[in-house]
Design a protein around this ligand. Structure first.
Ligand SMILES: [Mg+2]
Length: 428
């Protein structure tokens, strides 16, 4: 019986601000980083989980992981995963630590790292990739992992069970389909805002040669350069789906006005047009910019914000984030909320480790929850995968299903040596 004996943290940062990979209208010099929670055990495996940041402050997430560690250390894994919702409630509802959130900010990012590590450990013990572990759960076991607190006016346990039960018959066929075809993806890394027009063209051409069929560009610095960026992308990708991401830069009326200038480019969605907390602002923008869709979620702090976004009909696309939400348990809650509302889930990724995570989450959504690929596509960016033992692989514009046991956060030892902040070789 494996017991979690302690938690170690690791602060790893990649110096991406040198190349401007990851740059957008608001985050102009990110160093893509991971705050790691490593569960030490008395068994053969460690649980490895992380949360994503973009550099400065990654150490605060590590400190918050250490503050949460006593809630986990010493517990048998079977007890933790046998009562997933109860375990998640203990982490997010500590009588003192919850004041730091609740369920938002640094303390919730740290929760994600620990929760993701628990699922990684569980999957490794079962010798399954995370998506398969979840796909093999009964609907009852699935809902046992979800804390329905604050959701029951919209979605309770019984309704969730109905949704999951309805998808049981086709599960194995959908798994076979994903194993054969992969899961549809789109590419963000042709259009980072810091890239020159020439770089964007070269990257679009290379991506099309690799089989990519959907693209996203960053927007939001000024109208003229956004129009030019969209013209360049359209010249290179033709009629393929094109999305745009403003990364929260606009006021609500400004977003509506700005989007009029981008009408000729037939955008599939505008992402994060304004503050991630402004549910009604998103709804107003959505009404004004249709038929362009509105997408958001990478900064939606918790399932309650998603409940509101869906209730207010503020989004066309639900962009869950594997590390912004409190780890796998809360992601499962949001997958259920989205399916209940009939809104497609298109997970946010691209950041350090996020692509490695979302291929599991999208597979879970398709196999267990939504049963649909319609209007769904999962983000991919093409940097930093070399650091991961089980890196995200895309072929012909589709994520391949991961096969190694666990949740894919493990780094190569050489990458840990290089990226550890501030002592690693890239930082010395
Ligand atoms: Mg985004």
């Amino acid at each position: 019986m494996t017991r979690i004996t302690g938690i170690r943290t690791l602060d790893v940062r990649a110096p991406t601000s040198i190349t401007l990979a990851g740059s957008d209208a608001v985050h102009q010099d990110p160093d893509y980083s991971g705050a790691y929670a490593i569960l030490e055990t008395d068994g053969p495996h460690q649980g490895v989980g992380m949360t994503f940041t973009i550099g400065r402050g990654n150490d605060l997430c590590c400190a918050a992981i250490e503050a949460l560690a006593p809630l986990v250390a010493g517990r048998p894994l079977a007890e933790v995963v046998g009562d997933g919702a109860g375990f998640w409630r203990r982490l997010t509802n500590d009588g003192q630590l919850r004041w730091l959130g609740p369920e938002k900010g640094v303390i919730h990012l740290a929760t994600a790292a620990i929760v993701n590590a628990v699922w990684d450990l569980w999957a490794k013990e079962e010798s399954k990739p995370l998506w398969r572990l979840v796909a093999d759960l009964t609907p009852q076991q699935f809902v046992d992992a979800v804390d329905f607190r604050y959701l029951t006016d919209v979605l309770d346990r019984d309704r969730a069970l109905d949704l999951l039960q309805a998808q049981v018959p086709g599960r194995e066929a959908r798994i076979a389909e994903l194993e054969r075809d992969g899961y549809p993806a789109y590419l963000t890394s042709a259009g980072w805002l810091g890239y020159s027009e020439q770089t964007v063209r070269e990257r679009c051409r290379a991506a099309i040669a690799e089989g990519w069929t959907a693209f996203k560009t960053k927007v939001g610095i000024d109208v003229a350069s956004d129009v030019r960026r969209c013209e360049v992308m359209r010249e290179e990708i033709g009629d393929l789906p094109l999305m745009a991401d403003a990364n929260q830069v606009w006021e609500v009326p400004e977003a509506i006005e700005w989007m009029r200038h981008l009408e000729p480019f037939d955008l599939r969605w505008i992402e994060e047009p304004t503050s991630p907390d402004d549910v009604l602002g998103h709804a107003a923008i959505r009404r004004a910019v249709a038929p362009v869709g509105v997408a958001t979620g990478e900064h939606a702090a918790n399932r309650v914000v998603f409940k509101q976004l869906l209730a207010a009909e503020a989004i066309d696309y639900c962009q869950v984030d594997a590390c912004r939400l409190g780890g796998v348990n809360e992601v499962l809650a949001v997958l259920l909320l989205a399916a209940n509302a009939g809104v497609p889930v298109c997970p946010h990724a691209g950041g350090f480790g996020l692509c490695e995570f979302v291929r599991h989450l999208s597979a879970i959504d398709y196999v267990c929850v939504s049963g649909s690929l319609e209007d769904r596509t999962t983000e991919f960016a093409d940097h930093l995968h070399e650091h991961f033992v089980d890196p995200a692989v895309v072929r012909g514009g589709r994520y391949l299903l991961p096969e190694l046991p666990g949740y894919s956060a493990d780094l190569w030892p050489a990458s840990i040596d290089a990226l550890t902040y501030p002592t690693g070789s890239v930082w010395r």
